[in-house]
Design a protein around this ligand. Structure first.
Ligand code: ZN
Ligand code: ZN
Length: 233
């Protein structure tokens, strides 16, 4: 079956995410837009994912536990997992490789919320920073925990695997890449021939509620579930 997704959404936990990106607002907006599945992918953390997953299961929305990790090379990688347990053990390793403290006045607040949108804490780490792991290490680590990695916004000039490494390392265990602007895909394919080897997915990278995708990007899945979607990534 064909389902509509948006697999790159930031919550109020990301310093750059709007504080209105609460668990309830994200789920309600995704429902309004008619999506079948979403992923919440905050920078280097997934502490709001449990609340969004709980709400998603009540409202019939598939929520994939995810994170947008920034590698040592400043490459953004979307990491998706089959269960919250796998995701949280990945988070544990990411935290061990993340240094520095957030400056909320400068970068923004990093709010942790429950399924009632109550702020239960603040993350004090420098979530906007890089983790001390290479692209290859992150792909191996996530893969070892049953996750799939998708390089984020490969069409952008910053924080993308193509802009920062110049190419996608051929041995890297990835099958899909994300683009921000699907209208530019033909230009991108002309410039980077090897991109043809990958499945192209499109997500919003929403930091504000109104930017969550409409029913615009679809995926053919055998089963409408987290594992059904992961099998296509
Ligand atoms: Zn990014
Ligand atoms: Zn992002």
């Amino acid at each position: 079956m064909n389902i509509a997704l948006d697999l790159h959404i930031h919550s109020a936990l990301s310093p750059c995410g709007d504080n209105s990106m609460t668990p309830n607002n994200i789920i309600n907006m995704a429902n309004l837009k008619g999506l079948d599945a979403i992923a919440v992918t905050d920078h280097n953390s997934m502490e709001n994912v449990p609340a969004v997953m709980k709400l998603g299961s009540k409202k019939g929305m598939i929520v994939i536990p995810g994170m947008e990790v920034q590698s040592r090379e400043e490459v953004h990688l979307l990491c998706y997992f089959g269960s919250i347990e796998q995701a949280l053990s990945f988070q544990h390793t990411v935290y061990r490789n993340l240094e520095g403290e957030n400056n909320p006045g400068f970068f923004g607040e990093q709010l942790i919320m429950d399924e009632m949108d109550k702020v239960t804490g603040h993350n004090h780490g420098l979530l906007i920073g890089s983790v001390n792991l290479t692209v290859e290490q992150i792909v191996d680590l996530a893969g070892g925990m049953g996750g799939r990695v998708v390089p984020a916004h490969v069409d952008r000039k910053t924080y993308s695997i193509i802009s920062n490494l110049g190419f996608i390392p051929p041995g890297l265990d990835i099958r899909s890449v994300e683009v921000s602007r699907p209208e530019d895909i033909y230009r991108l394919l002309r410039q980077h021939n090897r991109l043809k080897l990958y499945k192209i997915i499109h997500s919003s990278d929403a930091h504000r509620l109104e930017d969550i995708l409409e029913r615009k990007f679809f995926m053919e899945v055998e089963e409408k579930s987290i594992s059904g979607i992961l099998a296509q990534l």
